[in-house]
Design a protein around this ligand. Structure first.
Ligand code: C5P
Length: 218
């Protein structure tokens, strides 16, 4: 049986940083499910579809093939044959992903892909619904969170490092809106699974969080 570790939590809690580090230490494959929702969102943006047009979005889902591949241990997201890894990290794509991930046509397709990946491979998978819906029988489930201020600060620093001129209040507002939408949607809302361990990283270093999760994987 493959080892499955699920990490869920709100935007900016550090899920990907932590999951990548745990994957490297334990030899698991890191699966970033948010990147799959982002790749689909990029397709909808390019097609000029409004995020509230569920009918068009559901029809377009059939035209989309999302897959992932690994190069030097890093996940690449392939959208209809095109490597879009470098194009999906913008706020625009993130907000579109949050808005379009509420639709069942989008979720059904990506959940199936995620479950397939976890069947045969030792994975640490991060997202919003991994412990609750995608991998309900995961060996380890973590709900990783941090305060809004703390998450906004991390995002602010990250954008600044990239040479951008970010607006802190706007980032905090986007995070709050996304949290609200992700946790209040009808299908697979963001919530802590009953058997998940809650880790609040607000006052923890990356190394401390990684150590705590590796401990759970023993
Ligand atoms: O984690 P990331 O910010 O890349 O995810 C982008 C959006 O994709 C999230 O705001 C969320 O709405 C959606 N998502 C989801 N389920 C997942 C992963 C991401 O609904 N498992």
């Amino acid at each position: 049986m493959a080892m499955n570790v699920a990490i869920d939590g709100p935007a900016g809690a550090g899920k990907s940083t932590i999951a990548k580090a745990v994957a490297a230490k334990k030899g698991y494959v890191y699966v970033d499910t948010g990147a799959m929702y982002r790749a689909m969102a990029l397709y909808f943006l390019r097609a000029g579809i409004a995020s509230d047009d569920e009918k068009s979005i559901s029809e377009k889902v059939d035209e989309i093939v999302v897959s992932i591949k690994y190069e030097d241990g890093a996940q690449h997201v392939i959208l209809n044959g095109e490597d879009v890894t470098g194009l999906i990290r913008t706020e625009e794509v993130g907000n579109m992903a949050s808005a379009t991930s509420v639709y069942s046509a989008v979720r059904t397709k990506l959940v199936a892909l995620q479950q397939e990946l976890a069947k045969t491979t030792d994975v640490i998978m991060d997202g919003r619904d991994i412990g609750t819906v995608v991998l309900p029988n995961a060996d380890v489930k973590v709900f990783l969170t941090a305060s809004v201020e703390c998450r906004a600060k991390r995002r602010f620093d990250e954008l600044k490092d990239k040479g951008a001129n970010p607006d802190f209040d706007q980032i905090a507002k986007d995070i709050e809106e996304r949290d609200y939408r992700d946790s209040h949607r009808e299908i697979s809302p963001l919530k802590q699974a009953d058997d998940a361990v809650l880790v609040d990283s607000s006052d923890m270093t990356i190394d401390e969080v990684v150590a705590a999760i590796i401990d759970l994987c023993k």
